[in-house]
Design a protein around this ligand. Sequence first.
Ligand code: MN
Length: 285
Amino acid sequence: MTALSESDFAVELSGRTDVGTAREENEDAIGHERHGDGHVVVAVADGVSGNVGGATASSMAIASVLKSYREQPADRPTGKRLARAVQQANIDVYDFAVVVSDLWGMATTLTAVAVDQGELTAVHVGDSRLYLIRDGGISQLTKDHTVVAERVRMGLLSAQRARYHPDRSTLTRSLGRELIVGVDRFSRPMSQGDVLLVCSDGLYNVLDQAELASLTQGRSADAACQELIDTANRRGTPDNLSAAVIRLVGPTPPRAGRAGVLARLRALARPKAARRKMELGRATY
Ligand code: MN
C-alpha cells in the first residue's frame, strides 16, 4: 500500500493506491505535489492491463505530468500549464514505448487535478473519475472515455445496464497510444468545505456514488482514503484501486472579477451568441 499525505491551512490532501485482493501487480499509480499555499496538483493513472507495460505507463505518466507542471513558469495560467503537462506525459509514454519494443502499445488513463487559490482545473483521459462532494451531494465531473459510456450518452444503453456491462472497461481514449491525445479539460470555482475525490475504476466499480460520498465526508483526507480502500477491499474488488482526496478546509479567496456585480452585468450585456461561444470554449472534448 502506498500512501501520501500533507496538510496545511487551506488545502488538505491525501492519496492511496493498493494492489487489491486479486492481482499480483499494481498497475495504478498516484502522485501529488504542493506548489505553495493553497496550490496543489494530484494525479491518478490506471495502466491499461491485458497489455504489457501497464504499470510502466501509469507510473511514467504520473512522474511526467508532475515534472512538466513543476518546470513550467509559475505565472502561466494553471489550465494551460496542466494541459501542456498532460500532453508532455502522453509524448513521454509514447516515445518510451517506441524505443523499448517490449512495451509497444502500453497505455494508461490519466486524471490530473490542480487546485490553485480555490479554483479547480482538471485534465482527463480514460475512465478514472473525478467527483465533487459538496453539501452531502456527489457529482461526477469527468466523462468516462469508454465504449459503454459513449453508448449511454447516445441513449443506446441504460446507465444501470452499463454498470455491469462486460465491456465497461474498454477505453475509447488513453494516454501513450498515439502521439496526440484528445484531453478533456475544465475549470470551476471551489468553495470552503468542498471535497474532491479522484479514483480509479477499481474503487468506483465496487462502491456506488452514495458510498463514495458517505465514506469521504466528515473524515480527514487521510482517513477518507484509508476508509475507501479498506471498504473496497472488503468487497473483494478484482482490480487495483486508488483514491486521492483534496479537502478545501480553509476559506477560498474572493474572486473579484468572476462574481463581481459589474462582471455579471457585463456578461448579461454581451450578445447571446458570444456568451454561448465562451461557454463552449471553456471545455474542450
Ligand atoms: Mn482499473
